[in-house]
Design a protein around this ligand. Sequence first.
Ligand SMILES: Nc1ncnc2c1ncn2[C@@H]1O[C@H](COP(=O)(O)OP(=O)(O)O)[C@@H](O)[C@H]1O
Ligand SMILES: Nc1ccn([C@@H]2O[C@H](COP(=O)(O)OP(=O)(O)O)[C@@H](O)[C@H]2O)c(=O)n1
Length: 227
Amino acid sequence: MTDIPILTIDGPSGAGKGTISRAVAQRLGWHYLDSGALYRAIGVAAGWADEDLADHVALMRLAFNTRIQFVTDAGHEPRVLVDGVDATHELRTETAGAAASAIAAIPEVRAALFEKQRSFRQPPGLVADGRDMGTVVFPEAPYKVFLTASAEERAERRHNQLKQKGLEVTLDGLLREILARDARDAQRAVAPLKPAPDAVLVDTTGVPIDAVVERVLSLLPESLRAH
Ligand SMILES: Nc1ncnc2c1ncn2[C@@H]1O[C@H](COP(=O)(O)OP(=O)(O)O)[C@@H](O)[C@H]1O
Ligand SMILES: Nc1ccn([C@@H]2O[C@H](COP(=O)(O)OP(=O)(O)O)[C@@H](O)[C@H]2O)c(=O)n1
């Protein structure tokens, strides 16, 4: 197991983690872990079950027992099933992001998701995207990136993304929500959002997606890139 390479990509909301991780994983032929989707799924499942956010034991149980499946059918957008229900669209809303951020601050929930995340480490390699991939879940990863962009650009990207999905939100409101979520993620006691000491900082403000993908790939040895 220990020789399976891992690339971690952490960073704030809208930095492009998912976009870049998916593209890099595809180029390398590696697996992809969208750890944020796990937290979003538990946040949404907690809403469905009307759980009390103060009841950490109930939320831990929920995090252990909720079945989260990533379905990738050729030619279709990837889907996420939560206990068998297609929650793909619900998971991408800012409401789900805020719910994820709230339950993600609970240590019992993070502990319950730890092994689930570790189990994504499968040959030939893994690209893992989140907040604490390089610091807590895969500290041994040999390749680590901390992806950033200005808050204004991240809000604008998210605005365009949600508009394309037919969701109506204002740019100002999104910027406020993103800043509040980043602050909560960075200030929480467990696994706060911060670069691992050995992560390479990549600022994507004004940098096109293709160029970011190449920059991240350039951090890996040629032997791994020759897929
Ligand atoms: N370098 C970039 N330049 C412009 N748009 C980008 C860039 N990276 C990502 N995006 C766009 O920004 C939006 C948010 O990206 P996403 O990968 O979901 O971010 P994150 O996973 O960090 O929240 C998407 O619509 C994506 O296409
Ligand atoms: N490894 C992770 C991934 C996400 N999260 C939490 O889950 C929320 C949603 O994560 P995400 O990666 O789907 O969010 P975006 O960056 O796509 O906006 C974040 O705001 C974090 O609070 C976390 O705590 N740890």
